[in-house]
Design a protein around this ligand. Sequence first.
Ligand SMILES: NC(=O)c1ccc[n+]([C@@H]2O[C@H](COP(=O)([O-])OP(=O)(O)OC[C@H]3O[C@@H](n4cnc5c(N)ncnc54)[C@H](O)[C@@H]3O)[C@@H](O)[C@H]2O)c1
Length: 354
Amino acid sequence: MSAKRSAPTRVQPLKVGIIGTGIGRAHFNGYRKCPHVEVAAIVDIDADRGRQLAQEWGVRRAYSNHEDLLNIKDLDAVSVCTPNALHASIAMDALAAGLHVICEKPMAASVEQATELAAAAEQAATRGQLFMMALNNRYRGDTQLLKQYIDAGDLGDLYLGKCGWWRRQGIPGLGGWFTTKAMSGGGPLIDLGVHALDLCWWLMGAPDPVAVSASVFDHLGAGEWARRGSPGSFDIEDAAVAHIRFANDAAIILEVSWILHTAREGFFCEVMGTAGGGAIEPNFRIVRNLHGAPADVLPAAPKVPGHEGEIIHFVDCVRQGRQPLSGARDGLAVQKMLDAIYRSGSTGKPVTIT
Ligand SMILES: NC(=O)c1ccc[n+]([C@@H]2O[C@H](COP(=O)([O-])OP(=O)(O)OC[C@H]3O[C@@H](n4cnc5c(N)ncnc54)[C@H](O)[C@@H]3O)[C@@H](O)[C@H]2O)c1
């Protein structure tokens, strides 16, 4: 199949399809906020679920196979919201069909798949097509504002980032695709770590990673899976910590868990520089000194939820024919860091990233 579509003009409605209807619901809600965008069809391999949601959402067509969606003649774009191991093949099919693509995180279940998809996205870009990674945390009102402060130089040179997401008892879909490495590519590191790491790394100016030292743990999850008599499999980690060093001598410390005996839970991301720091959660604050004494600033950030912001950005980029803030290169770079963390964890040795 060949490229066939150029960026539509403002007067034409943009026709999109959603493949996978779990987090696909957040994409649908985002599209609903965009004027002149029609969700033309949804796809779910679970045909009953697809039909039911199409009815609930007021979408005319529901398919159980993404190829049927790609055959719709006047479709412009798709959201790829399937389990991780299917991202690359489905996104490449959509690109080959001449469509613009927004793909859920992580880019793929392995560096090999992500590399193949990045090459396809680069080729598609030469034909005027867009590939965007759905890294929703970049598109929140608070992270966008923090990035503006950083880019204006308010925090000086950023040299340390600390980020992560800790869950005490939060394994998703126990025994299903999330806990089956062949479908997910990994556990909390690739699921939650991708969010925290991407956000922290982007805020810090996306420096080139050079080395990783990590510990990856699997003490609790499989026991929990067995204790609950869950079906399927559990062959992924349940927690990880990593130190990533960058070419500019900056570093990020990443910590993630799905199950851990911890008193602390939640998402966190903090960046620290020569003139100040910035923390997104639990509270958005800029950390500064005034006349030598600590004096924090609590900015009133616009309340834009990330999922909504990312879809608005995707639609804008498609309409204006410009490349998105989170493209294939970023998706691949983060995937390589995650892969290096897994390798360092399994060998017990630092890993160099080239
Ligand atoms: N950005 C975020 O905040 C966020 C949150 C949750 C999930 N995700 C990502 O979204 C993706 C899906 O996760 P989820 O939580 O929605 O999972 P889920 O299991 O809840 O939903 C996935 C859906 O995809 C369907 N599906 C499976 N194979 C399919 C195929 N070949 N074609 C069409 N549909 C298919 C399933 O039937 C299911 O309805 C994952 O990559 C995950 O990492 C992102």
